[in-house]
Design a protein around this ligand. Structure first.
Ligand SMILES: Cc1cc2nc3c(=O)[nH]c(=O)nc-3n(C[C@H](O)[C@H](O)[C@H](O)COP(=O)(O)OP(=O)(O)OC[C@H]3O[C@@H](n4cnc5c(N)ncnc54)[C@H](O)[C@@H]3O)c2cc1C
Ligand code: SF4
Length: 495
């Protein structure tokens, strides 16, 4: 433990954010890393408690608590306090393949479970993680680790999101020959074409992909398995196949007026916007001068708000079905659970700075859309909802009469979640799915078809990058065992 009294001597400090009114004029990352002296103080706040809940990832009451990849947080906090950055990096890379992603965009369930957070603001774990890996790259410590021996076994990974990248990294280090197939023109999955540039700059993703290439992983882009290459061909060519295809099939709103021009899925908007930014493609949805409504109260919706602001929309509001969260934990949501409390995300700060008020509207239900004579969106009609428990203890929503409202709008983005992976590829492989997710037990990852495995969002549903890394590493170990009889790879599950 670095400084015995650190948690009493120092306050939590937040990472510096660029001025919201200025940063909406560009697409660069909205926050800036801590300076070294701040990092040392923040590392010193770690109490090195006997049972570090921060690093014990689990799901409690449906939410992630603690770090799902069991990062050795107290160890690297101490090393950062002492200024031993290279040693901190070595400890971090033992459990996390891509800290430059999680250190930027993980929702940090570790911090909700930090013991200091029982009475004070948590240790700034995520910012420390980011600083360790950023220093690793800046100081030239992140060099290609080219495997000395090859096993001669060939593995196909479908999808280059964080699950595919993590499993590719592990299997390559075990000496296998790994090919990652990706239908998009760039690798990264939602890291590239989902999470916007101001949250995760795309050269951070590309830097990692280049490193993996130098280490021997083959990326085959612009290639959709099931269309450009059949499932049978792929199965014949490789000794094992891992489905890391994500869960990008979007949930739709089925209601009157849905066919109106100007209503889009959030992902179509975000993907096209990043393609415009990276490739200069002009076929994108432009919110300039428009009144925008984002339907869906989650993070994908927030990313749409931040994107629309950068495109100079006229106004933007966000509808959420649930009531506003409380400012502090309730008795039903105690530590070390993930704190379900009111937060103000980067996009909400930006909208408030630009438009004068928080864009969020709670307990609201969209009823229908109205178009003008050209079929273009003109209005969105809503009603307020009351949420309560019925006699069986289940949450139900009732409309409140007299709360109907008409919102003028020319653009709507639907961000109400994802249904699961696209089923056509699964059908080609003959892989079973339940509730739209690939049937493959966590910890085993094999499907009903010999030598076909599945991991990440395709298996568990839309989730988090940190879970994608967890599953990518674990499925790699299972595939290694399947091919070699035993595995040289580490596991979070089998110690
Ligand atoms: C807008 C948005 C913002 C998010 N923000 C965050 C965040 O801030 N923090 C966080 O932790 N999580 C965030 N998430 C969730 C996170 O991005 C996902 O949980 C994670 O990317 C899942 O990784 P994956 O590799 O399983 O799937 P994906 O990242 O979805 O990657 C799947 C890949 O498979 C490819 N593919 C699919 N089918 C085929 C095929 N037939 N042939 C070839 N390639 C194929 C796809 O093109 C894609 O590249 C966000 C999600 C969205 C949608
Ligand atoms: S990966 Fe996420 S949960 Fe784990 S230490 Fe980093 S920020 Fe915390």
């Amino acid at each position: 433990m670095g400084k015995t009294t650190g948690f009493m001597d120092y306050e939590r400090e937040e990472a510096d954010e660029r001025n919201p009114l200025l940063r909406i004029n560009d697409w660069k990352e909205y926050d800036a890393p801590f300076k070294d002296d701040v990092l040392s103080r923040q590392g010193a706040r770690c109490m090195d408690c006997g049972t570090p809940f921060c690093q014990m990832g689990d799901v409690i009451n449906g939410a992630t608590s603690g770090c799902p990849i069991y990062n050795l947080i107290p160890e690297w906090n101490d090393l950062v306090y002492r200024g031993q950055w290279k040693e901190a990096l070595d400890r971090l890379l033992k459990t996390n393949n891509f800290p430059e992603f999680t250190g930027r965009v993980c929702p940090a369930p570790c911090e909700g479970s930090c013991t200091v957070a029982i009475s004070d603001p948590a240790v700034a774990i995520k910012s420390i993680e980011r600083a360790i890996i950023d220093k690793g790259f800046e100081n030239g410590w992140m060099t290609p680790r080219i495997p000395q021996k090859r096993t001669g076994k060939s593995i196909a990974i479908i999808g280059s999101g964080p699950t595919g990248l993590a499993s590719a990294d592990q299997l390559n280090q075990a000496g296998h020959t790994v090919t990652v197939y990706e239908r998009a023109d760039r690798a990264g999955g939602l890291l590239t074409y989902g999470i916007p540039n101001m949250k995760l700059e795309k050269d951070v993703v590309e830097r990692r992909v280049r490193l993996l290439e130098q280490e021997g992983i083959d990326f085959v882009l612009n290639t959709e398995i099931g269309k450009d290459v059949s499932a049978a061909e792929l199965k014949d060519k490789h000794e094992a196949v891992i489905l890391c295809t994500g869960a990008q099939k979007q949930r739709d709103l089925v209601m009157k007026g849905r066919e109106t021009n100007g209503i889009h899925f959030a992902m179509d908007y975000l993907t096209a916007s990043t393609k415009h930014l990276l490739n200069g493609e002009n076929d994108f949805i432009n919110a300039k001068g428009k009144d925008v409504i984002v339907i869906g109260g989650g993070d994908t919706g927030a990313d749409c708000i931040a994107t629309a602001l950068r495109q100079e929309c006229n106004s933007v509001v966000q509808f959420g079905k649930h009531p506003k969260l409380p400012l502090a934990r309730t008795t039903g949501n105690m530590w070390p659970e993930y704190p379900n409390v009111f937060t103000v995300e980067y996009a909400h700060k930006e909208a408030t700075a630009k438009l004068g008020e928080d864009p969020r509207n709670y307990s609201i239900q969209t009823k229908h859309f109205v178009s003008d004579e050209d079929g273009d969106l003109k209005e969105v009609h809503t009603v307020k909802m009351e949420k309560f428990r019925d006699e069986n203890g289940r949450f139900v929503f009732n409309e409140i009469p007299g709360t109907e409202k008409v919102w003028p709008a020319q653009l709507v983005f639907i961000a109400i979640g994802f249904e699961g992976p696209e089923q056509s590829l699964l059908q080609q492989f003959g892989v079973k799915a339940t509730n739209n997710k690939v049937e493959a037990k966590y910890g085993d990852f094999s499907t009903n078809v010999e030598n076909i495995f599945a991991a990440g969002d395709a298996r568990r549903g839309q989730s988090l990058i940190v879970w994608a890394i967890n599953e990518g590493r674990e499925v790699a170990r299972k595939v290694d065992q399947y091919l070699m009889g035993s595995s040289v790879l580490p596991s979070y599950l089998e110690v």
